[in-house]
Design a protein around this ligand. Structure first.
Ligand SMILES: *Cc1c(COP(=O)(O)O)cnc(C)c1O
Length: 388
């Protein structure tokens, strides 16, 4: 086995595509310390609202762990489904304006389980080519005819819908694209779905908490109720600051998932304390709109500063602000330079992004200060030699 695996590892390293895990000694947040004791200002976490270590969220987690223990002990359908899970599902249904919501242990599992419960052989699934890997994997392994349309390109999707003869058609997109920060053209997709009798699924992992006047994500941003957007998926590990995911939709959708989604049925339920912590985080998210407003102000500050530096930014109004360099080695060099200056950013390379589009993935959080953003901009200004 060693001999069989070694060449691919060596090649990956030579191509500047090898991935290393950094060991952190602190909670996620604007300031982190690594295991070697070095301190950084982090611009790479998805904790967009700074809730992962919010005192109310931590306190709810502790209280629930004291009361219910740590593990849920069984799957939801056996005996792992508790009152915290039920209460969180009800609150998420209310928050999204949907009839029901169903908890999953992760966004990956929610996407896989949902798509595979809804379509199979003889059906067709249409996905934006820059969708998150979990949504692409779900479509690919569903057995349905899998087609990718060009990024944000509704006319490409329309051509494909016109050509299909499949019985069931599912259109599945990210609400906010995870490596680009741009937003799916949902009003157009809703119209196409209705014209072609397709079902629309939106994975809003990065929109929930950040977009919409009360943090309801892209559905709220575009004011899309359940009939227009029947399958809405959110993850809890990003702006909610906890872990897990949910699907929100009609009674029939949720009951179908409970009966059929294998990643729901055949896994141990989320720890009840995580559900309790998420209930607290949902409360903070709803009660403190200043977090979204502050985040929006920091995004603007970063974009203004970056354009003054002549950096080419993506068309993104979200906390995800990629700086696309193209070349993997240069991306690593620039990330290393910023690290030496005390800033952590994501260096994202293929196959996470298409070949030739390696990038820094800079993410902003309501936990950042204006001085943090200005510091990062100053370091980027000094990094001239590494920049495109
Ligand atoms: C992070 C992410 C997921 C996966 O969610 P996890 O809960 O981390 O498994 C799914 N979809 C998108 C768009 C994501 O960004």
């Amino acid at each position: 086995m060693e001999q069989a695996l070694a060449p691919a590892l060596a090649q990956r390293s030579e191509d500047h595509l090898y991935r290393h895990r950094r060991v952190l000694a602190t909670a996620p947040g604007r300031r982190v310390t690594d295991a070697g004791g070095r301190c950084f200002t982090a611009f790479c976490s998805n904790d967009y609202l700074g809730l992962a270590k919010h005192p109310k969220v931590v306190a709810a987690f502790k209280r629930a762990a004291e009361r219910y223990g740590v593990g849920s002990g069984a799957s939801h359908l056996v005996s792992g489904h508790g009152r915290e899970h039920r209460a969180l599902e009800d609150e998420l249904a209310d928050f999204t304006g949907r009839a029901r919501a169903l908890l999953f242990c992760s966004g990956y599992m929610a996407n896989l389980g949902t798509v595979k419960a809804l379509v199979g052989k003889g059906d067709a699934v249409f996905e934006d080519r820059l969708n998150h890997a979990s949504l692409l994997d779900a479509g690919l392994s569903s057995g349905a005819r899998f087609q990718r349309f060009r990024h944000l390109d509704s006319s490409d999707l329309q051509r494909r819908l016109l050509a299909t003869e499949a019985r069931r058609r599912l259109i599945a997109v990210d609400g906010v694209f995870s490596m680009d920060g741009d937003i799916a053209p949902l009003p157009e997709l809703v119209t196409l779905a209705q014209q072609h009798g397709a079902w629309l699924l939106v994975d809003d992992a990065h929109g929930f908490g950040c977009l919409g006047p009360s943090g309801g994500g892209v559905a709220e941003h575009f004011a899309l109720a359940e009939p227009a957007l029947p399958i809405l998926i959110g993850t809890l590990g990003k702006a909610f600051g906890t872990a897990g995911a949910f699907v929100a939709g009609s009674e029939a959708l949720i009951e179908t998932l409970i009966q059929q989604a294998r990643t729901y049925i055949y896994t141990t339920a989320l720890p009840p304390a995580l559900a309790a912590a998420t209930r607290a985080s949902l409360q903070v998210l709803r009660a403190e709109p200043w977090r979204r407003q502050w985040l929006a102000a920091l995004i603007q500050r970063f974009r203004r500063g970056a354009s003054t530096l002549g950096l080419s930014l993506a068309d993104s109004a979200t906390p995800i602000q990629p700086v696309i360099l193209g070349d993997s080695q240069r991306t690593l060099q620039l990330a290393a330079y910023l690290e030496a200056r005390g800033f952590l950013v994501g260096a994202i390379r293929p196959p996470t992004v298409p070949a030739g589009s390696a990038r820094l993935r800079i993410t902003l959080s309501a936990a950042h200060t204006e001085a943090d953003v200005d510091g990062l901009l100053a370091a980027l200004a000094d990094a001239g030699g590494y920049r495109p």
